[in-house]
Each structure stands twice: as C-alpha cells, then as structure tokens.
Design a protein around this ligand. Structure first.
Ligand SMILES: Cc1cc2nc3c(=O)[nH]c(=O)nc-3n(C[C@H](O)[C@H](O)[C@H](O)COP(=O)(O)O)c2cc1C
Length: 191
C-alpha cells in the first residue's frame, strides 16, 4: 500500500502538517509506504487551461507537480490536508486540485487508476473557528466534488479551534487522525 500526502498549508510546521503527520505516521506503522509533499517547499503553478494534457502526454507545465503526478500514479491512497482560508480550501489546495485535471479522464474519473477504480482519499481540514459544524456545507460540497472525481473518500476530518497551536494538544483529535491513517493503510473505509 503506497500513500502520498499533500500538505496545502504554506506552513511546514503548522496545524495541517501536524494533522497530516499523525495520519501518515500511523499509516506507516500499519505497513504503508508513505511520502508527504509540502506545498510550501514546492513550486506548483496554477493550471494554464491550455489542454496540452488532452493530447495524451500528461501536463505540459514543467514544475514540481511532475514528481507528484509520478507518485500519484503509483499510489493507492492520497491524503489531502488544507487549512481553511476564507471559509474554503487554501489556494494551494485548489491549484493542486485543478492540476489533477491532467490525470482525469473525459468522464472526470482519475486516469491514473482506471483499472483499480477509486483511489482512496482522506481529506483533512484545519480551521481556527472552534465550531466544528460552522463550515459543514462547504465540507459536504468538497467531499462530493472529490467523489464526483471518483475518488473513494474514506474519511473527512476537521480539526477545529486550531488557534495557538491547540490542535496538537487535542488527544481525542490525535487518536481520530491516527485511526484514520491505520484504516487507510488497511483499506478500511469509514464511510
Ligand atoms: C488567510 C487565512 C484565512 C483564514 N480563514 C479562516 C476561516 O475562514 N475560518 C477559520 O475558521 N479559520 C481561518 N483561518 C485560520 C486557519 O484555518 C487555521 O489557523 C489553520 O489551522 C491554519 O493551518 P496551518 O497551521 O496548517 O497553516 C485562516 C487563516 C489564514 C492565514
């Protein structure tokens, strides 16, 4: 089982990196091969909409997404973590999602695993607002959007009330994240 993570927070040691770290660590402990990409250390441009990818050779943009495309093709699961920015995913998460277009078929299923159907996906959001349900409509929409892209959304974790680095002190949250990582590695879906 190969799992890659994309941390869509610019902060290398922020709440999102911590939350993703818990998932990836526990997945590794359960036997998965894991690799995490931190957007803050990468150069990833927005999609140019050139449709160069439609010619069949993949994305024509030469940047760090090339390495992620290669890793994604070989992976069984993806963990996408984002801080909530202005009540939505971060710009880095949106650029990453748009760039997946190069590996999406005309019916919007992932090109990289047509044979396997449905790459496993865990979504993790961190938000400053302590009210877990405040942005539920947006989170539901986001889950459905990734389902439309035919990802097998296995879990959706919201770490709320992260101001002042409180997320890492929340043992209940840590257990939830670690359980999600174990389930991902073992192919068990929460949904
Ligand atoms: C530009 C920006 C916009 C934000 N917008 C929201 C928001 O709309 N709602 C919210 O609850 N928190 C918001 N936050 C707080 C972050 O979501 C929260 O601190 C998050 O855990 C940061 O993740 P990080 O430590 O991985 O960078 C915002 C933070 C920033 C920097």
């Amino acid at each position: 089982m190969k799992i890659i993570g994309f941390n869509a927070s610019p902060r290398r040691n922020g709440n999102t990196a911590w939350a993703m770290g818990q998932i990836m660590e526990s997945a590794a402990e359960a036997g998965a091969e894991t690799r995490i990409f931190h957007s803050g250390e990468l150069n990833i441009s927005p999609c140019k909409g050139c449709l160069g990818c439609a010619k069949g050779g993949g994305c024509v943009v030469d940047d760090d997404m090339r390495e992620i495309y290669a890793a994604l093709k070989q992976s069984d699961g993806l963990v996408l973590g984002s801080p909530l920015y202005m009540a939505q995913m971060s710009g880095q998460a949106k650029v990453f999602t748009d760039r997946l277009f190069a590996q999406i078929t005309p019916r919007f299923s992932p090109r990289f695993n047509e044979e396997n159907a449905g790459k496993r996906l865990i979504l993790v959001f961190t938000q400053g607002n302590p009210d877990q349900s405040r942005f539920q409509a947006y989170y539901d929409y986001t889950r459905d959007m990734f389902r439309m892209l035919e990802f097998d959304v296995q879990d959706f974790i919201v770490a709320a009330g992260t101001r002042g680095g409180q997320a890492s002190e929340n043992t209940e949250l840590r257990d939830l994240l670690r359980e999600a990582g174990q389930k991902l590695a073992r192919g068990i879906s929460t949904y």
